[in-house]
Design a protein around this ligand. Structure first.
Ligand SMILES: [Zn+2]
Length: 199
């Protein structure tokens, strides 16, 4: 903060012959200006501190997100090892992240009737619901295919959509590399519970 000398009511700045009222007015003006400058400075300081705090929080949040995704991906890979797939030999793993940060996993469970086979994604979501979770933010899925990123089947996409439209989906290869997409992208123009609500 700098004070403009010509506006300072020092004796150098007082014009001889001016009345006391003028000096009082000058002092009042000077104090008012000084107060305003101090307030501006305070605001600026507060703004700088706030942006530093916000920057720190954003950085921290991004780190947490990266950590959560790494854990989610690791758990879906682990879940694949539990697959019951004696007929196809095609093992699939899924891991669901709840809004509260819990991770629920699932694997495909085949059946001799073939038709009663349940996908890993649906196993995971049914487990999650049975354990009291209904709000989710992400799912990671993986299968045996090494050379491309494979998405959930159509039936599973519809089942996921039942529990929210804003899912992040991590299509994961067996080596742990993944591609992020979203449920909206995988199931555009979806039929959702909202369509059954009366107008
Ligand atoms: Zn499926």
């Amino acid at each position: 903060m700098s004070v403009v000398l010509s506006q300072h009511p020092s004796k150098n700045n007082i014009i001889p012959g001016k009345s006391t009222t003028t000096i009082v007015q000058q002092t009042a003006l000077y104090l008012k200006k000084k107060k305003k400058e101090e307030e501006e400075e305070k605001k600026e300081r507060k703004k700088n501190t706030l942006s530093k705090v916000l920057y720190y929080l954003v950085q921290r949040n991004e780190t947490l997100i990266i950590m959560a995704v790494a854990e989610l991906v690791a758990k879906c890979l682990k879940a694949r090892e539990m697959a019951y797939c004696p007929y196809s030999g095609f093992s699939v793993g899924a891991a669901i992240l709840t809004t509260g940060g819990a991770i629920i996993t699932g694997c495909n469970v085949e059946n001799a009737s073939y038709g009663l086979t349940v996908c890993a994604e649906r196993t995971a979501i049914q487990r999650a619901v049975a354990e009291g979770y209904r709000r989710f933010t992400a799912i990671a899925v993986t299968c045996d295919i090494k050379d491309s990123f494979v998405g959930p089947c159509g039936a599973c996409r519809q089942v996921l959509m039942e529990f929210g439209t804003e899912w992040d989906v991590y299509l994961t290869k067996p080596d742990g590399t993944y591609k992020k997409t979203s449920l909206r992208e995988l199931l555009p123009l979806a039929f959702t519970p909202a369509h059954l609500q009366k107008n």
